[in-house]
Each structure stands twice: as C-alpha cells, then as structure tokens.
Design a protein around this ligand. Sequence first.
Ligand SMILES: NC(=O)c1ccc[n+]([C@@H]2O[C@H](COP(=O)([O-])OP(=O)(O)OC[C@H]3O[C@@H](n4cnc5c(N)ncnc54)[C@H](OP(=O)(O)O)[C@@H]3O)[C@@H](O)[C@H]2O)c1
Length: 293
Amino acid sequence: MKVENVLIVGGSGFLGRHLAAELARRALRVTIPTRRRERAKHLIVLPTVDVVEADVNAPGVLERLAKGRDAVINLVGILHGNFERAHVELPRAIVAACRAGGVPRLLHVSALGAGPDAPSEYLRSKARGEEVVLGAAALDVTVFRPSVVFGPEDRFLNTFASLARYLPVLALACAQARFQPVYVGDVARAMAQALEKPEAHGKRYELCGPREYTLKALVEYACAATGRHRLVLGLPPSLSYLQARLLEWSPGPLMTRDNYRSMQVPNVCAQDCTLPFGLVPTALEAVAPAYLQ
Ligand SMILES: NC(=O)c1ccc[n+]([C@@H]2O[C@H](COP(=O)([O-])OP(=O)(O)OC[C@H]3O[C@@H](n4cnc5c(N)ncnc54)[C@H](OP(=O)(O)O)[C@@H]3O)[C@@H](O)[C@H]2O)c1
C-alpha cells in the first residue's frame, strides 16, 4: 500500500523536525500534534506539514487524529519523568487508536539497549513499549532503536559545546560510557524508507553511526570543534553518581541517576550493524563541525 498521509506523534522535537522534512520532500501529507504550538513553529514552513495544538494524552484525541491515516509514527520519548506513561501507556493508546481508526501501519522509536533487565527505568520502559506495539494484532509495526542521535539541534554535543564556553574544566560523569552516534538525517531516511517496505513489518532495527566513541572523546571533540580546547576530567563512579544525584534537583536536569544507570551499558550496535536498507551512515566528523561552530 502506498503511504500518503501520516500522523507523527511527538513530531515537534529534534527527530520530528528532520523526519517531517524528509517526508515532506517525498510529498507525503504529515500531521503533527503538539501540546504547545509555539514549540513547533519551525514545522509550519514545510509545505505538506500541518501542525495542530492537541494533547494526545487527553481522551479521544488520538482516535480523532489517527482516523483514516495510512500510517502513524510515534516519536514520544522522555529522559526523566513518568516513563510508564510516556513509553508504555501512550504506545498502548496509539495502538488502540490505530485499530479503531483503520490505520494499517505504525513506526515506533525506542532506544538502543532497551531490555527488560536493563539497569535504568528509561531502558526498561522503552522495552515494555516495544512489546506493546510489536504485540499488536492487525497492525504492521516497525521499531527503531537508535544510539544517541546527533545533528544541528541535538541536545548532546550542543550541550557540551555550550558548557565549554563558560567552564575552563569539564568534570564528566561516566566518561568511559560508550556510544555509536547516529546522524538524525540517517534516522529520518531509514524511517521514511521503512514506510514503503513490507520486509520491515514486525522488525526491530538498531540505528548507529559508523564509529564508536567514549563519552569523554565526544566531549573533547565537541569542545575542539568550537575552538575551545578544554580539560575534560573523567569522574570516578562514586562521584559520577553523586553528580547525577545533585543535577537531578535542577529544573530540566542535565543528568539524573536513571541516566547514570543507562550509561552503565554500552550504547553501541551489534557488530557490522549500523543502518538498514543499505543506507550508508554519515560520519560525525562530516556534519558536526558545521553546526557546533
Ligand atoms: N535524541 C536522541 O539522541 C535519541 C536517542 C535514542 C532514542 N531517542 C528516541 O527518539 C524519539 C525522539 O527523540 P527526540 O530527541 O526527537 O525527542 P524530543 O526532541 O524531546 O521530542 C519529543 C517529543 O515528544 C513529545 N512528548 C514528550 N513527552 C510527552 C508526553 N508525555 N505526552 C505527549 N507528548 C510528549 C514532545 O511534544 P510536545 O510538543 O507536545 O511537547 C516532543 O515533541 C524519542 O522516543 C526518544 O526516546 C532519541
């Protein structure tokens, strides 16, 4: 079936911006609900994209928005807060809305490392969400599990680049944590292609970039790319945990104890696996300098 009309739940954020642009380039009609229209201003200029102010958690809203779509895409994810609600209950409601509205196709973004026995509630709740969507009857589902995603508006490299403006030394928790960052444009392309591919039904795809880095190497890279060569000091585990605990009290925390636990498992793909459908992953070094500067 040709997909022409898509609803992106959670599409007002970082990945949504790039996925909406990718789908608009392919002339798909896209609807994106947001709880604050102000947050999605950047999407309004895209020719086939419609932004609507709506809270998808309110009764009946998802059913109304999903009805008659060719596909629904779920990008909702949080790093702190009510994980059960955002990562499990909302996907369950999305599945129900798809079934009620005759939607045949669902793409769902989870996270690399999600698993029932993972050390953090973020990763365990993402795993429960995957089970909810993949267990749905009469719905063709594809799950994506990206490593950390980089790109112009990311909150990862950009955050460290900003910190380096003010701090002469960066005291870094979990400095040896391993990541295989994937470019946001590659994630968007993989998802757009999956919409048309029957072989993607019922599959989970890990999404990674071409190289693995420690967190310390990534922070040093972000500093150097902005012309600020800062001393990056890796904290031992006890101080890393303490830093997470202290930061947890700040508004919109940079880190929490749950994030600390997530970083105890390597965020890297299985060997020789980066992107599906023959896509070639973009190197961090090819893209990041332009936006970090
Ligand atoms: N960015 C990464 O490095 C990364 C890595 C691995 C996995 N992922 C996953 O990829 C997906 C997209 O990530 P992102 O970086 O684009 O996230 P983002 O920029 O934070 O955007 C998330 C979106 O989810 C919506 N949202 C958040 N909490 C919600 C709630 N309780 N109810 C309804 N909507 C809610 C927000 O919509 P409003 O406009 O309504 O606020 C926002 O548009 C997430 O599932 C994330 O877990 C991201």
